[in-house]
Ligand binder design. Structure first.
Ligand code: NAP
Length: 263
């Protein structure tokens, strides 16, 4: 028997689809036949949004885009209502939108702390709560929360980002035990992924190629990850093959965390 990830007739809502992991994840769900709804703060006529609508549409249904800021409760409510009005249901939530707030524990202001807690942590809980009644009506409701390898280990200066990402592991556990068996909740913790944001970081060095190679060499698999790989993991976790997975956060970091120290 061949293994196929077929999510046709499933409706997935992905946040943060204007770039990076969210866009690739939306596209992987569309390839598996799911109907895709997505949001970001970009206006609908932005080139990145037009790209999302084209790439995340299936042969039968156009992807839905809603301009929404996930830190604004009214936007979250409008987002969920629009998905229900358009598709009639939500089977899978991929709560992905997030930003790097790298301030350091001494330098971080109250405003930066609150902004990051609101966006990288509370917005996941608020959106999950709004989707809960619809996910419960699904045959297998699934919530996927995007955390990070910073939930397991971190580097100086990445506070409070690492605090929010560590807290998501707890959120995953609470939702899994309180909302199961109707809804499965799983965290995804990517390591170093090849995104425009990380390119910008490489480009901040005098020799970006050398810095990229140094990073690659730190990984036992001798490369960094791709957004398509994160998206494919999300599709698998939302599929019937993953029905025994809930309450865990899956780390995908190319073996980086297995190394005690760099030689
Ligand atoms: N790249 C990595 O190596 C890596 C590793 C581990 C974890 N992650 C996590 O993966 C997720 C995606 O990261 P990425 O690298 O793909 O970043 P990205 O390319 O910057 O994408 C972030 C997405 O979130 C959206 N977004 C940001 N703030 C938002 C808000 N307030 N409301 C709605 N949408 C918002 C952005 O759209 P607009 O700006 O247009 O609103 C964009 O679509 C994040 O949670 C990040 O922490 C990334």
């Amino acid at each position: 028997m061949s293994l196929s990830l077929n999510l046709s007739n499933k409706v997935v809502l992905v946040t943060g689809v204007s770039s990076g992991i969210g866009l690739a994840t939306a596209c992987q769900f569309a390839k598996a036949g799911a109907f895709v709804a997505g949001c970001s703060r970009k206006p609908a006529d932005d080139e990145s949004v037009r790209n999302f609508c084209q790439e995340a549409s299936t042969e039968t249904l156009k992807a839905l885009y809603v301009q929404a800021d996930v830190t604004v409760q009214a936007d979250l409510e409008r987002l969920v209502n629009t998905v229900i009005e358009t598709f009639g249901k939500i089977d899978i939530l991929v709560s992905n939108a997030g930003v790097n707030v790298f301030e350091g524990a001494a330098g971080c202001t109250e405003d930066k702390w609150n902004y990051n807690m609101n966006l990288n942590l509370a917005s996941h809980w608020r959106l999950a709560k709004l989707c809960k009644p619809y996910l419960e009506k699904s045959d297998d409701g699934v919530i996927l929360l995007m955390t990070s390898n910073h939930a397991y280990y971190t580097i100086p200066g990445c506070f409070p980002y690492n605090v929010t990402k560590t807290a998501i592991k707890g959120l995953v556990q609470s939702l899994a035990i309180e909302w199961g068996p109707a809804v499965r909740t799983i965290g995804i913790a990517p390591g170093f992924i090849d995104t425009a944001g990380n390119d910008t970081w490489f480009n901040s060095f005098d020799n970006p190629n050398a810095e990229r190679q140094r990073t690659i060499d730190m990984h036992p698999v001798k490369r960094i990850g791709t957004t398509d790989e994160v998206g494919a993991l999300c599709v698998f976790l939302a599929s019937d093959y993953a029905r025994f997975i809930s309450g865990n956060t899956i780390l995908m970091d190319g073996g980086r965390s297995a190394l005690m120290q760099d030689s």
